[in-house]
Design a protein around this ligand. Structure first.
Ligand code: MN
Length: 162
């Protein structure tokens, strides 16, 4: 089976953040994989070779920085772009993430357009859209209110999500 949609691995243990990131990415035509566990993230990355990894830094068993270090040390996964997505917002946190092997840094709460722009700088959306999903896509009515609202805000520009 040929996969046209680009795949993004979401490494995030906060369920609300997972739902938000999945909604934004899947409605933009990307496929997602997800785990909240660092060791499982390494297994998923090596087994599936995603086109991009979104890496939370604060994870329960192993920090996202350690996961990143291990992925960079493995020939199979060392070229996969990694974006740190973290609530740590101090400048040295960004420096630490970039020095630790991440390619970019996004602080929570995210701005949806800024987030998508950063994602697209690594994984162009037109490739994701080759899968056939139109954009902009109206949120499904059975999506919970918060997620649907987040995505429906997209055409209006900058907004921030807690
Ligand atoms: Mn976390």
């Amino acid at each position: 089976m040929i996969h046209y949609a680009k795949r993004i691995l979401i490494v995030e243990d906060n369920k609300a953040d997972v739902r938000l990131l999945k909604d934004i990415l899947e409605k933009s035509g990307y496929e997602t994989l997800q785990t909240g566990d660092g060791l499982e993230a390494i297994d998923l990355a090596v087994a599936n070779l995603p086109d991009l990894i979104l890496m939370d830094i604060q994870l329960p068993r192993m920090s996202g920085l350690e996961v990143t270090r291990r992925l960079r040390g493995d020939e199979r996964s060392r070229r996969i772009p990694i974006i740190a997505v973290t609530a740590f917002a101090m400048e040295w946190h960004e420096r630490e993430a970039l020095d630790g092997g991440c390619d970019a840094y996004i602080s929570k709460p995210i701005s949806i357009l800024g987030f998508l722009n950063t994602v697209e700088s690594f994984v162009p959306r037109f490739l994701a859209l080759a899968h056939g999903l139109p954009f902009p896509q109206r949120p499904a009515t059975d999506v919970d209110g918060r997620s649907a609202l987040c995505v429906s805000w997209l055409p209006h520009g900058f907004t921030r999500i807690a």
